[in-house]
Ligand binder design. Structure first.
Ligand code: ADP
Length: 150
């Protein structure tokens, strides 16, 4: 008997959840694609956030549903607008790494009022996108707590 309360045990459990155990597959588009293509990708891949990469496959931007919705207002030809002019760009992108604690990423999502962050790997001259953590990821981990799997 450890003498720990139920809530202490629960807290301990939550603090063991790592990003790499829960991260999902990132959906990325190139910065040269059009707003039209990005919208199609968002529907086809069934995600709410797209990550944008440059020619070297390094993270350079983020596209949310509202970024794309905003870009469509009053625009005639969505095939003519490249996503790099409307995306949120580096260095203003909030990222996480696979060894981070899921609870820390959850706090960041709330603080920054965003739906998701890319999981990145550091390379010599930029970030490689290797995963995605979203509010859905956090919801799944939350539900798993009640399933007694761990
Ligand atoms: P929505 O805009 O559809 O409500 P979000 O709340 O995720 O979705 O995005 C709000 C704004 O924050 C958007 O302009 C988006 O580009 C930006 N954003 C989303 N995720 C990130 C991130 N990881 N880092 C920086 N900015 C982000």
């Amino acid at each position: 008997f450890t003498g720990k309360t139920g809530s202490e045990l629960l807290t301990e459990k939550i603090k063991q959840f790592k990003v790499y155990e829960y991260q999902s597959i990132p959906i990325v588009v190139k910065e040269s694609v059009s707003v039209y293509e990005a919208i199609s990708t968002m529907f086809l891949e069934d995600v709410g956030t797209l990550f944008v990469v440059d020619d070297k496959s390094h993270l350079c931007g983020v596209l949310s549903r509202k970024d794309l919705l905003r870009a469509t207002i009053g625009q005639k030809d969505l095939n003519q607008i490249p996503v790099h002019i409307i995306m949120t760009r580096m260095p203003n992108i909030t990222i996480c790494r696979k060894e981070d604690l899921l609870i820390d990423v959850a706090k960041i999502l709330i603080e920054k009022q965003i739906d998701g962050v890319p999981v990145v790997k550091d390379t010599q001259d930029g970030f490689e996108v290797i995963g995605r953590v979203t509010k859905t990821t956090i919801t799944k981990a939350f539900v798993e707590l009640t399933m007694d799997k761990r």
